[in-house]
Design a protein around this ligand. Structure first.
Ligand code: ASP
Length: 598
């Protein structure tokens, strides 16, 4: 039978009771973490979001009625206890903030009973993800998940305060908006009033925030929920949160400056970590050349070395052929790994095949000076020596090479570098390496669509000095776009926007948009720009990923209260679900099953 809390008022959260309270009476409320009946004494660990407090029931202190009630307590019962704070009679628990004290109970109320939960509520529970997510409300009781959620809340407050102090206004933009097929797939919402018409849920507030600049709001931010209907590879969620911002009358350096100060403040206040400013910057080209990635993890070396010129005329056809076909040959030096068994090297070869590489060539340098290599027999002694010295190979090193188009070589060696670092334990979660990657290419060739697409989005400003190539060599044009990278993860990105209509027109032309199509999709923005648009720029962070890195967890699901799984469903609510025919009728929609359609 559940009792009421009438007449009781909580005086402390569990872990807020301290040694200073010894001798005073407290009223605490929370969940039973565990209870142990040791004959004459019942020990109960009381848990709430602050932590755990030990409660002691002894018949001599609380009377037989309370003692009998305490004997009924089970895990996850919700209780209220009134008692006196004492020094621990038994062993001090140094793992607990409240490990030196205990509360000797006088009163007990059972505010709610609990069935036996499907899993024990504990830190780092080994329970299967499916079970955790089905009972997410229980999973969210776990102290580690609660810590993540508390950190997330605090981080949002720090961000809000910093941006407000720096002249930003928090403004909400619509959730029901217009579909713009450029970009990822939209989530659509049918309109009842306009049968056959649909809203889209926003992929980002991009166009609205630019309109707010046209409207003179000068600096905007929003913690914005965004939606993208993509096949969920890796660690993605169909809805996620951006810290979104836009600023007027600024250029790249201004956006970078305010965001560096924001990150420094955030890491100082939440983690007590100093972020040295300025954060290093690297152009996209340099990032690709040195790390094979536009989001380099700079916590460790093993940089790529371009050996194209060294091997272009060598006897090994895989190398010279790739160069002749316009590609490159690059390598990485896994220092001290010359003893790696053949089996492991084969596994690395299989690994890079996922990134398009046809194989991985290697040279293993023995401690005794012996050279083992997959391709030595095709090379002269001098060619081998030239290659090893270009790689700064020393006794005991393992040199790994890929030869292909630049794109494939970068992708495979970039991924291999991270893979090796994981294997060799080179990644320290307590080290935070920030990096700006700048001067991204404006455009990216899409084989699928047989046209250029915008690497960032169609409103991104080309670098002035590259505008001259926009007709003759569009792939060469760099953009005023930047990403902020933390430990090899892109945590945010943005750009300076185009605010001159001739450049915007040109951009649409290069992207293969007719005037009509551009107008159909973005007409309201283009119209707005005719009425005085200030130069503007912005950036958006992926908040979930940022908090994930700050909490040192491996998945964004651990920092989102109610996440979805890979197929975009919610295991707790069962969403998405079939709806009533009546609801569909009202919307003028008929759902056709695959069978019927066939
Ligand atoms: N809207 C962009 C994005 O979602 C960010 C920006 O350009 O500000 O990536």
């Amino acid at each position: 039978m559940a009792e009421s809390m009438k007449g009781l008022k909580r005086s402390h959260r569990a872990a807020e009771v301290t040694k200073a309270d010894i001798g005073s009476t407290v009223t605490v409320m929370g969940w039973v973490q565990k209870s142990r009946n040791k004959g004459g004494v019942i020990f109960v660990d009381l848990r709430d979001r602050s932590g755990i407090l030990q409660i002691i029931f002894e018949e001599a202190n609380c009377g037989s009625e309370v003692f009998e009630k305490a004997a009924r307590l089970r895990s996850e019962f919700v209780i209220a206890v009134v008692g006196e704070v004492c020094e621990r009679a038994g062993a001090v628990n140094t793992n607990l903030a409240t490990g030196e004290i205990e509360v000797v109970a006088r009163q007990l109320r059972i505010l709610a009973e609990s069935e036996t939960p499907p899993f024990h509520i504990e830190e780092n529970s080994k329970t299967k993800d499916e079970v955790r997510l089905k009972y997410r409300y229980l999973d969210l009781r776990r102290p580690d998940i609660q810590r993540n959620m508390i950190m997330r809340s605090k981080a949002c407050i720090v961000i809000r305060n910093f941006l407000a102090e720096n002249g930003f206004l928090e403004i909400e933009t619509p959730m029901l908006t217009k579909s713009t097929p450029e970009g990822a797939r939209d989530y659509l919402v049918p309109s009842r009033v306009h049968p056959g018409s649909f809203y889209a849920l926003p992929q980002s507030p991009q166009l609205f925030k630019q309109l707010l600049m046209v409207s003179g709001y000068d600096r905007y931010f929003q913690l914005a929920r965004c939606f993208r209907d993509e096949d969920l590879r890796a660690d993605r969620q169909p809805e996620f949160t951006q810290v979104d911002m836009e600023l007027s009358f600024v250029d790249v350096d201004d956006v970078i400056d305010v965001n560096e100060r924001l990150l420094a403040r955030l890491f100082k206040e939440i983690l007590d970590v100093e972020v040295p400013l300025p954060i290093p910057r690297m152009t996209w080209q340099e990032a690709m050349d040195r790390f094979g990635s536009d989001k380099p993890d700079t916590r460790f070396g093993m940089e790529l070395v371009d050996v194209t010129n060294v091997v272009k005329d060598c006897g090994f056809g895989v190398f010279s052929g790739a160069v002749a076909a316009g590609g490159s040959v690059r390598g990485i030096n896994a220092r001290g790994q010359g003893q790696m068994p053949r089996k492991k090297i084969d596994a690395l070869t299989a690994f890079v095949k996922d990134y398009g590489a046809k194989g991985l060539a290697y040279i293993a340098l023995g401690e005794d000076g012996a050279v083992k290599s997959s391709f030595a027999k095709f090379m002269s002694e001098e060619e081998m020596q030239a290659l090893i010295s270009a790689m700064q190979g020393e006794a005991g090193d393992l040199l790994l090479f890929a030869a292909d188009s630049n794109k494939v070589v970068w992708a495979s060696l970039g991924a291999l570098r991270i893979h090796l670092a994981e294997m060799l334990g080179l990644l320290d979660k307590n080290q935070y390496n920030f990096l700006w990657v700048t001067e991204f290419p404006l455009l990216e060739w899409s084989d699928e669509e047989q046209r250029f697409t915008a690497m960032h989005h169609p409103f991104t400003m080309p670098m002035e000095e590259d505008l001259q190539y926009i007709d003759s060599d569009p792939g060469r044009v760099r953009a005023k776009a930047y990403d902020i990278v933390l430990n090899g993860t892109e945590i945010g990105g943005g750009s300076v926007r185009i605010h001159q209509d001739d450049i915007q027109e040109k951009m649409f032309e290069v992207l293969g948009f007719t005037k009509e199509r551009a107008y159909d999709q973005f007409g309201f923005l283009l119209d707005a720009f005719r009425y005085g648009v200030p130069p503007h720029a912005g950036l958006a962070y992926g908040l979930d990923r940022l908090i994930m890195l700050m909490s040192k967890v491996d998945t964004i699901r651990d920092v989102i209260a109610f996440p979805k799984v890979k197929d975009a469903s919610c295991l707790m609510t069962g969403a998405p679900t079939v709806v009533d025919d009546k609801q569909l009728q009202e919307l003028g929609i008929a759902a056709v099953s695959e069978e019927e359609e066939n």
